[in-house]
Design a protein around this ligand. Sequence first.
Ligand SMILES: [Zn+2]
Ligand SMILES: [Zn+2]
Length: 146
Amino acid sequence: MRRVPVESRVATYGRQTVAGRTRTVHRIRAERALGKALPEKAIVHHADGSTRDDAPLVICQDDAYHKLLHVRMRVVRAGADPNTHRFCASCNSAKPFSDFNKCSADKSTGLFAICRSCHRITCRSYARNFTSAIKASRNIERIEKQ
Ligand SMILES: [Zn+2]
Ligand SMILES: [Zn+2]
């Protein structure tokens, strides 16, 4: 599978063509400030959450760090402390870290994106959907065998 560059996935940012290469304005600005090409894994973050060409920028070393900034921004916007709270994407509120199960797959916080009480609900509905998906695929098999 071909790797899609981050720039082409994001259509809402301003673009500029320099030396025949069209790139997003924020990456060009970040490289100018850095004085050299951005490191391979670097992600340029818009500190004010906007997509404006003149937004204050933060160069993140990798995607995990960038995600962490967004996780923390959401907690701050919800009026809580990002050092003790995490934003639950399901109930849309900031909750203390102790309300989240640990998740080693999340490289930025080590916690699940949804809180414990929401997680229970989601797991149950996931199980339900999964069962109906299995039933549906069995039906398809039966039809195909006929
Ligand atoms: Zn960002
Ligand atoms: Zn929740």
